[in-house]
Design a protein. Structure first.
Lengths: 121, 107
């Protein structure tokens, strides 16, 4: 059974940083791209970032490009999202989502339970 | 980026009703279209991918159709467990966008 467990959410200062982690199990981690998708509570879904199975290619939404960095450690079955220069509009639930393919984001066949990030002074 | 527009935003229906949700892309996305179901306080759950392929375990009352820019999610006979919000998502290009969601609530 695929399991994705996010951590690292919490309160961040405007202009500050947070680092999210997603621990994966139940599948061959290195053979799937991984993604982060966020959702402002009560609002819709926004894809944020994706990373290929071997970590060689990364993808970002324009809204976070240059501020967020996605990475993965295939030896530990984890994916991270380093969030810098935080803005109030980054406040959202952040979901880790397993992709259906290896090389680039596609559709997301398993999701974690989410971690809430609040950006406020 | 490709914009995805769902309609309606809210749909009130009764158990047993046939329900149809539409999703329109701002440009052709071929067959790169998925549907997700989300219940309050929970993560989204994949229902359908590649327009019409059901994720294993999804009940056959769910079906998807369409191509190009216009797509449909149909629930043939609405069940109590189906009251939720539904999102479409395109993955045809190197940008991955969702529709704004359709909430299906009890009439």
């Amino acid at each position: 059974e695929v399991q994705l467990l996010e951590s690292g959410g919490g309160l961040g200062q405007p202009g500050g940083s947070l680092r999210l982690a997603c621990a994966a199990s139940g599948f061959t981690f290195r053979t799937y791209a991984m993604n982060w998708v966020r959702q402002v509570p009560g609002k819709g879904l926004e894809w944020v970032s994706g990373i290929s199975g071997y970590g060689t290619t990364t993808y970002y939404a324009d809204s976070v490009k240059g501020r967020f960095t996605i990475s993965r450690d295939n030896s530990r079955n984890t994916v991270h999202l380093q969030m810098n220069s935080l803005r109030a509009e980054d406040t959202a639930i952040y979901y880790c989502a397993k992709d259906s393919l290896m090389n680039f984001p596609h559709y997301f066949d398993s999701w974690g339970q989410g971690t809430l990030v609040t950006v406020s002074s | 980026d490709i914009q995805m527009t769902q309609s309606p935003s809210t749909l009130s229906a009764s158990v047993g009703d046939r329900v149809t949700i539409t999703c329109r892309a701002s440009q052709s996305i071929s067959t790169g279209l998925a549907w997700y179901q989300q219940k309050p306080g929970k993560a989204p759950d994949l229902l359908i991918y590649d327009v019409s392929s059901l994720k294993p375990g999804v009940p056959p009352r769910f079906s998807g159709s369409g191509s190009g820019t216009d797509f449909t999610l149909t629930i043939s006979s609405l069940q109590p467990d189906d009251f939720a919000t539904y999102y479409c998502q395109q993955y045809n290009t190197y940008s991955w966008t969702f529709g704004q969601g359709t909430k299906v609530d009890i009439k």
